[in-house]
Write a protein that binds this ligand. Sequence first.
Ligand SMILES: Nc1ncnc2c1ncn2[C@@H]1O[C@H](COP(=O)(O)OP(=O)(O)OP(=O)(O)O)[C@@H](O)[C@H]1O
Length: 253
Amino acid sequence: MEKQAIISAQDVNFWYGDFHALRDISLDIEAHTVTAFIGPSGCGKSTFLRLLNRMNDLVDDSRLEGHILIEGEDIYARGVMVDELRKRVGMVFQKPNPFPKTIFENIAYGLRVNGVRDKAFIEQRVEESLKGAALWNEVKDKLRKSAFELSGGQQQRLCIARALAVRPAILLMDEPASALDPISTSKIEELIYELKSEYTIVIVTHNMQQAARVSDRTAFFYLGELVEYGETKKIFLGPEKAQTQNYITGRFG
Ligand SMILES: Nc1ncnc2c1ncn2[C@@H]1O[C@H](COP(=O)(O)OP(=O)(O)OP(=O)(O)O)[C@@H](O)[C@H]1O
Protein backbone atom coordinates (compact mmCIF):
# COMPACT_ATOMS: atom_id res chain seq x y z
CA MET A 1 0.00 0.00 0.00
CA GLU A 2 1.26 3.52 -0.84
CA LYS A 3 2.20 5.51 2.23
CA GLN A 4 0.47 8.85 2.60
CA ALA A 5 2.41 11.64 0.93
CA ILE A 6 3.82 14.40 3.12
CA ILE A 7 4.00 16.65 0.04
CA SER A 8 1.40 16.39 -2.67
CA ALA A 9 1.35 18.68 -5.71
CA GLN A 10 -1.80 18.47 -7.77
CA ASP A 11 -2.01 19.95 -11.27
CA VAL A 12 0.29 22.83 -10.44
CA ASN A 13 0.71 25.58 -13.02
CA PHE A 14 2.71 28.70 -12.33
CA TRP A 15 3.28 31.92 -14.25
CA TYR A 16 5.73 34.79 -13.94
CA GLY A 17 3.68 37.46 -15.72
CA ASP A 18 2.90 35.89 -19.13
CA PHE A 19 5.63 33.30 -18.81
CA HIS A 20 4.22 29.86 -18.08
CA ALA A 21 7.03 28.51 -15.89
CA LEU A 22 5.44 25.29 -14.60
CA ARG A 23 2.96 23.14 -16.47
CA ASP A 24 0.60 20.60 -14.92
CA ILE A 25 2.95 19.33 -12.27
CA SER A 26 1.58 16.54 -10.07
CA LEU A 27 3.82 14.63 -7.73
CA ASP A 28 3.70 13.02 -4.32
CA ILE A 29 6.63 12.80 -1.93
CA GLU A 30 6.72 10.34 0.96
CA ALA A 31 7.99 11.24 4.42
CA HIS A 32 11.58 10.35 5.34
CA THR A 33 12.81 10.23 1.80
CA VAL A 34 15.25 12.32 -0.18
CA THR A 35 13.92 13.55 -3.51
CA ALA A 36 16.20 15.17 -6.09
CA PHE A 37 14.95 17.65 -8.70
CA ILE A 38 17.16 17.60 -11.78
CA GLY A 39 16.99 19.19 -15.22
CA PRO A 40 18.68 21.82 -17.35
CA SER A 41 19.01 25.42 -16.26
CA GLY A 42 15.76 27.36 -16.37
CA CYS A 43 13.44 24.33 -16.43
CA GLY A 44 11.61 25.35 -13.24
CA LYS A 45 13.22 23.25 -10.50
CA SER A 46 13.83 26.16 -8.12
CA THR A 47 10.47 27.70 -8.93
CA PHE A 48 8.75 24.48 -7.95
CA LEU A 49 10.90 24.05 -4.83
CA ARG A 50 10.09 27.60 -3.71
CA LEU A 51 6.37 26.98 -4.12
CA LEU A 52 6.62 24.33 -1.40
CA ASN A 53 7.12 26.94 1.32
CA ARG A 54 5.56 29.90 -0.46
CA MET A 55 8.83 31.65 -1.20
CA ASN A 56 7.35 32.90 -4.47
CA ASP A 57 4.56 34.80 -2.71
CA LEU A 58 6.45 38.05 -2.99
CA VAL A 59 7.15 37.80 -6.71
CA ASP A 60 5.07 40.51 -8.39
CA ASP A 61 2.66 39.44 -11.06
CA SER A 62 3.07 35.72 -10.41
CA ARG A 63 0.16 33.32 -10.42
CA LEU A 64 -0.42 29.78 -9.20
CA GLU A 65 -3.10 27.30 -10.20
CA GLY A 66 -3.57 23.88 -8.69
CA HIS A 67 -2.95 22.67 -5.16
CA ILE A 68 0.02 21.94 -2.95
CA LEU A 69 -0.71 19.91 0.15
CA ILE A 70 1.77 19.59 3.00
CA GLU A 71 0.82 16.99 5.60
CA GLY A 72 -2.62 16.99 4.01
CA GLU A 73 -3.18 20.75 4.26
CA ASP A 74 -3.50 23.02 1.21
CA ILE A 75 -0.75 25.55 1.93
CA TYR A 76 -2.28 28.13 -0.40
CA ALA A 77 -5.70 27.96 1.22
CA ARG A 78 -7.06 31.11 2.78
CA GLY A 79 -5.99 31.58 6.38
CA VAL A 80 -2.73 29.64 6.17
CA MET A 81 -0.07 31.42 8.22
CA VAL A 82 3.07 31.58 6.13
CA ASP A 83 5.34 31.89 9.18
CA GLU A 84 3.87 28.72 10.62
CA LEU A 85 4.27 26.97 7.28
CA ARG A 86 7.95 27.90 7.11
CA LYS A 87 8.51 26.39 10.54
CA ARG A 88 7.34 23.10 9.10
CA VAL A 89 9.10 23.57 5.78
CA GLY A 90 12.61 24.92 6.20
CA MET A 91 14.93 26.02 3.43
CA VAL A 92 18.66 26.06 2.73
CA PHE A 93 19.98 28.10 -0.18
CA GLN A 94 22.75 27.72 -2.71
CA LYS A 95 25.10 30.21 -1.07
CA PRO A 96 25.57 29.91 2.69
CA ASN A 97 23.83 32.95 4.18
CA PRO A 98 24.53 33.08 7.92
CA PHE A 99 23.29 36.11 9.81
CA PRO A 100 25.95 38.62 10.92
CA LYS A 101 25.75 37.19 14.43
CA THR A 102 27.56 34.64 16.53
CA ILE A 103 27.38 30.94 15.73
CA PHE A 104 25.13 30.46 18.76
CA GLU A 105 22.79 33.31 17.85
CA ASN A 106 22.42 32.09 14.28
CA ILE A 107 20.80 28.93 15.62
CA ALA A 108 18.97 30.55 18.54
CA TYR A 109 17.44 33.24 16.33
CA GLY A 110 14.60 31.13 14.94
CA LEU A 111 13.62 30.07 18.45
CA ARG A 112 13.75 33.62 19.79
CA VAL A 113 11.54 35.03 17.03
CA ASN A 114 9.11 32.25 17.87
CA GLY A 115 8.96 33.57 21.40
CA VAL A 116 11.14 30.97 23.14
CA ARG A 117 12.77 32.56 26.19
CA ASP A 118 13.94 29.57 28.24
CA LYS A 119 17.75 29.79 28.19
CA ALA A 120 18.41 26.16 29.05
CA PHE A 121 16.01 25.04 26.33
CA ILE A 122 17.67 27.31 23.77
CA GLU A 123 21.15 26.08 24.71
CA GLN A 124 20.06 22.48 24.42
CA ARG A 125 18.37 23.05 21.07
CA VAL A 126 21.43 24.90 19.72
CA GLU A 127 23.61 21.94 20.66
CA GLU A 128 21.20 19.38 19.21
CA SER A 129 20.86 21.33 15.98
CA LEU A 130 24.62 21.70 15.55
CA LYS A 131 25.02 18.00 16.24
CA GLY A 132 22.25 17.25 13.77
CA ALA A 133 24.13 19.24 11.14
CA ALA A 134 27.42 17.45 11.97
CA LEU A 135 29.04 20.73 13.02
CA TRP A 136 29.09 20.56 16.82
CA ASN A 137 32.58 19.15 17.26
CA GLU A 138 34.06 21.83 15.05
CA VAL A 139 32.37 24.79 16.77
CA LYS A 140 31.58 23.82 20.35
CA ASP A 141 34.48 25.88 21.70
CA LYS A 142 33.70 28.98 19.69
CA LEU A 143 29.96 29.40 19.86
CA ARG A 144 30.32 33.11 20.66
CA LYS A 145 32.48 33.80 17.61
CA SER A 146 31.05 35.34 14.48
CA ALA A 147 29.53 32.91 11.98
CA PHE A 148 31.63 34.61 9.31
CA GLU A 149 34.77 33.10 10.85
CA LEU A 150 33.65 29.68 9.62
CA SER A 151 34.66 28.18 6.28
CA GLY A 152 32.12 28.11 3.46
CA GLY A 153 31.34 24.44 4.08
CA GLN A 154 30.94 25.06 7.82
CA GLN A 155 28.73 28.07 7.11
CA GLN A 156 26.48 25.89 4.98
CA ARG A 157 26.20 23.29 7.77
CA LEU A 158 25.44 26.20 10.12
CA CYS A 159 22.59 27.22 7.82
CA ILE A 160 21.33 23.64 7.89
CA ALA A 161 21.55 23.68 11.72
CA ARG A 162 19.66 26.98 11.73
CA ALA A 163 16.92 25.41 9.64
CA LEU A 164 16.79 22.35 11.93
CA ALA A 165 16.50 24.46 15.10
CA VAL A 166 12.74 24.92 14.71
CA ARG A 167 12.31 21.19 13.98
CA PRO A 168 10.77 21.35 10.52
CA ALA A 169 9.19 18.24 9.01
CA ILE A 170 10.58 19.10 5.59
CA LEU A 171 13.88 20.58 4.49
CA LEU A 172 14.14 22.16 1.04
CA MET A 173 17.65 22.54 -0.34
CA ASP A 174 18.39 24.57 -3.45
CA GLU A 175 21.78 23.40 -4.73
CA PRO A 176 23.19 23.34 -1.20
CA ALA A 177 26.65 22.15 -2.19
CA SER A 178 27.24 23.94 -5.47
CA ALA A 179 29.39 26.65 -3.88
CA LEU A 180 31.47 24.17 -1.86
CA ASP A 181 34.69 22.23 -2.33
CA PRO A 182 34.57 18.42 -2.77
CA ILE A 183 35.24 17.60 0.90
CA SER A 184 32.55 19.97 2.16
CA THR A 185 30.24 18.63 -0.53
CA SER A 186 30.68 15.06 0.62
CA LYS A 187 30.00 16.17 4.21
CA ILE A 188 26.75 17.76 3.11
CA GLU A 189 25.84 14.61 1.18
CA GLU A 190 26.53 12.38 4.19
CA LEU A 191 24.48 14.74 6.29
CA ILE A 192 21.53 14.59 3.90
CA TYR A 193 21.64 10.83 4.12
CA GLU A 194 21.62 10.93 7.93
CA LEU A 195 18.90 13.56 8.19
CA LYS A 196 16.32 11.60 6.28
CA SER A 197 15.57 9.39 9.28
CA GLU A 198 14.01 12.48 10.90
CA TYR A 199 13.21 14.80 8.02
CA THR A 200 11.87 14.73 4.50
CA ILE A 201 14.35 16.31 2.14
CA VAL A 202 13.90 17.82 -1.30
CA ILE A 203 17.04 18.91 -3.07
CA VAL A 204 17.63 20.74 -6.34
CA THR A 205 20.94 19.76 -7.87
CA HIS A 206 22.80 20.15 -11.14
CA ASN A 207 25.15 17.43 -10.10
CA MET A 208 23.86 14.15 -11.47
CA GLN A 209 26.24 12.02 -9.40
CA GLN A 210 25.02 13.83 -6.34
CA ALA A 211 21.39 13.12 -7.21
CA ALA A 212 22.27 9.46 -7.77
CA ARG A 213 24.19 9.27 -4.48
CA VAL A 214 21.81 11.00 -2.10
CA SER A 215 18.28 10.57 -3.35
CA ASP A 216 15.65 7.85 -3.15
CA ARG A 217 13.56 9.36 -5.90
CA THR A 218 14.39 11.72 -8.72
CA ALA A 219 12.18 14.13 -10.65
CA PHE A 220 13.40 15.25 -14.06
CA PHE A 221 12.08 18.64 -15.16
CA TYR A 222 12.33 20.02 -18.67
CA LEU A 223 10.90 23.30 -19.98
CA GLY A 224 8.53 23.65 -17.06
CA GLU A 225 7.22 20.09 -17.25
CA LEU A 226 7.82 17.12 -15.02
CA VAL A 227 9.01 14.64 -17.62
CA GLU A 228 9.70 11.68 -15.38
CA TYR A 229 9.61 10.93 -11.66
CA GLY A 230 10.49 7.70 -9.94
CA GLU A 231 13.02 5.63 -8.06
CA THR A 232 16.44 7.19 -8.52
CA LYS A 233 17.94 3.89 -9.68
CA LYS A 234 15.31 3.56 -12.35
CA ILE A 235 15.71 7.15 -13.53
CA PHE A 236 19.46 6.72 -13.88
CA LEU A 237 19.65 3.13 -15.08
CA GLY A 238 16.51 2.67 -17.10
CA PRO A 239 14.47 5.83 -17.64
CA GLU A 240 11.26 5.51 -19.60
CA LYS A 241 11.53 8.75 -21.57
CA ALA A 242 14.11 9.54 -24.23
CA GLN A 243 14.44 13.11 -22.88
CA THR A 244 15.48 11.79 -19.48
CA GLN A 245 17.96 9.41 -21.05
CA ASN A 246 19.44 12.22 -23.14
CA TYR A 247 19.82 14.48 -20.14
CA ILE A 248 21.38 11.99 -17.75
CA THR A 249 23.85 10.86 -20.39
CA GLY A 250 24.86 14.47 -20.95
CA ARG A 251 23.49 14.87 -24.45
CA PHE A 252 21.91 18.19 -23.56
CA GLY A 253 21.60 20.60 -20.67
N1 LIG B 1 11.28 36.17 -10.46
C1 LIG B 1 11.17 35.77 -11.73
N2 LIG B 1 10.56 36.54 -12.65
C2 LIG B 1 10.43 36.14 -13.93
N3 LIG B 1 10.88 34.96 -14.42
C3 LIG B 1 11.52 34.15 -13.56
C4 LIG B 1 11.70 34.51 -12.19
N4 LIG B 1 12.35 33.49 -11.57
C5 LIG B 1 12.57 32.56 -12.52
N5 LIG B 1 12.06 32.94 -13.71
C6 LIG B 1 12.08 32.18 -14.97
O1 LIG B 1 11.41 30.94 -14.76
C7 LIG B 1 12.10 29.88 -15.40
C8 LIG B 1 12.43 28.82 -14.38
O2 LIG B 1 13.40 29.33 -13.47
P1 LIG B 1 13.97 28.45 -12.27
O3 LIG B 1 14.90 29.32 -11.50
O4 LIG B 1 12.85 27.83 -11.56
O5 LIG B 1 14.76 27.33 -13.08
P2 LIG B 1 15.79 26.26 -12.57
O6 LIG B 1 15.45 25.00 -13.25
O7 LIG B 1 15.84 26.24 -11.09
O8 LIG B 1 17.15 26.85 -13.14
P3 LIG B 1 18.63 26.79 -12.56
O9 LIG B 1 18.99 25.34 -12.62
O10 LIG B 1 19.41 27.61 -13.54
O11 LIG B 1 18.61 27.34 -11.18
C9 LIG B 1 13.32 30.50 -16.07
O12 LIG B 1 13.01 30.70 -17.43
C10 LIG B 1 13.50 31.81 -15.36
O13 LIG B 1 14.06 32.78 -16.21
